[in-house]
Design a protein around this ligand. Sequence first.
Ligand code: ACO
Length: 340
Amino acid sequence: MKDTKRIHPAVVGRTVSIVGIGSYVPDRILTNADLEKMVDTTDEWITTRTGIKERHIAAPDQASSDLGAEAARRALADAGISPEDVDMIVLGTITPDMGFPNTACFVQAKIGARNAFCFDIEAACSGFLYALEIGRQFVSTGTMETVLVIAAEKITSILDWKDRNTCVLFGDAAGAVVLRARGAAHGVMSSVLGSDGTLAELLMLPGGGSRYPATEETVRQRLHYMKMAGREVFKHAVTNMSRAATDALRSSGLGTDDIRWIIPHQANLRIIEAIGERLGVGKDKVVVNLDRYGNSSAATIPLALDELYRQGKLQKHDKILMVAFGGGFTWGASVVEWDK
Ligand code: ACO
C-alpha cells in the first residue's frame, strides 16, 4: 500500500475559512423501482448492497457547469460576496462539459466572475478535497483573497445504462464553498492527500482521451462509459479512507472525540459503516445522505456539508472530518473547524 500523503496543516500562512456554501441537485429523481425497469436489478439488491434508494438526474440540456454555477451562486449568496470579487475558481469534476475549455471557465461566464482565473482539477471522487486544498494554499499564502471551490458532476453522462454494476450507483449534483482568510482560530485545519496510479485500471473511463480517441470502434466497444471493478475498489476505499482520516486527525492534533461530524464520500453505506467502525466513532457522528442522492463523485462531500448547514446542524467551532476516495486511485481527508 502506498503512503497516504502529505500535506500538513498550514504551519505558516493565513488561516483559511469556509465563508460560504451552496449546493444544487437537479429536479428529476430516479428511484430503484425505476431502475428495475431498465436493468436486471431489484430495489432489495441496491438497498442492501449499497444503501441507495434514489438519485437525482440532470436534464438533457444541463451540463456539469450548469449544476456547478447554481451551487456557486448559492455559495456566494451565502457568503454575501459578489461574483466580481472572486479571484480564482477551482472546479473538481470527471464529467467536464467538454474536452476543453475547462468547466470552471464555463461557470465563470455563467455567474459573472469576470475577475477570476479558472481551472479544473480531476481527482474523481476525491476532487472536492483536492480542490479545497489547492484553494486553501492560494488563500493561505496571501496570493488570492477569495477562492471559489466547486465540485460539479453530471456523472450520469458517463454511465452505461446497460451495466447494472455501475448505473445503479450514481447521481448528479454540485457543491461549492467560498474560501477567505478571516483571522479565525482554525478554519481548514489539516489536509492529507494520496494517490496510487498503479491501480488505475480498476476504475476508469477509457475512451475519449488521447489513449483511445473517439472512433466508431471505441463507441461500439462502449469505451466512453465508466468501468469499475467494484469489489476491488470497495476494499481499497475502506483501507485508504480509514488511513487518510486517521492521518488528517493526527495532523490536526485532534481525536475522534473532538470531531462533531464525519462526512465520508458517499459511495456505499457498507464502506461508510466500515470506516466508522475502524475509526471507532458512533453512527450519530457519521453523515449519510446517499440513500437520496447516490454517489455524485466529487460533489458528495460539499452536498452533504451544505445539507448539514441548511438543516441547522452545524454550530460555530464544530470540527468536521471529511474523507474521500476515487478513481486514480486518489484519496484525501481534511479537518475543518466550522466558523461561520
Ligand atoms: N443488481 C443486481 N445484482 C447485481 C447488481 C445490481 N445492480 N450489480 C451487481 N450485481 C451482481 C453481480 O453481477 C454479482 O453477481 P455474481 O456473483 O453472479 O457475479 C453479485 O451481484 C455480487 O457482485 P459484487 O460486485 O461482488 O457486489 P458487491 O457486494 O461488491 O457490491 C458494489 C458491488 C456496490 C459496486 C460495491 O462493490 C461497491 O460499492 N464498490 C465500491 C464503489 C466505490 O466506492 N466507488 C468509489 C469511487 S467512484 C469514482 O471514483 C467515480
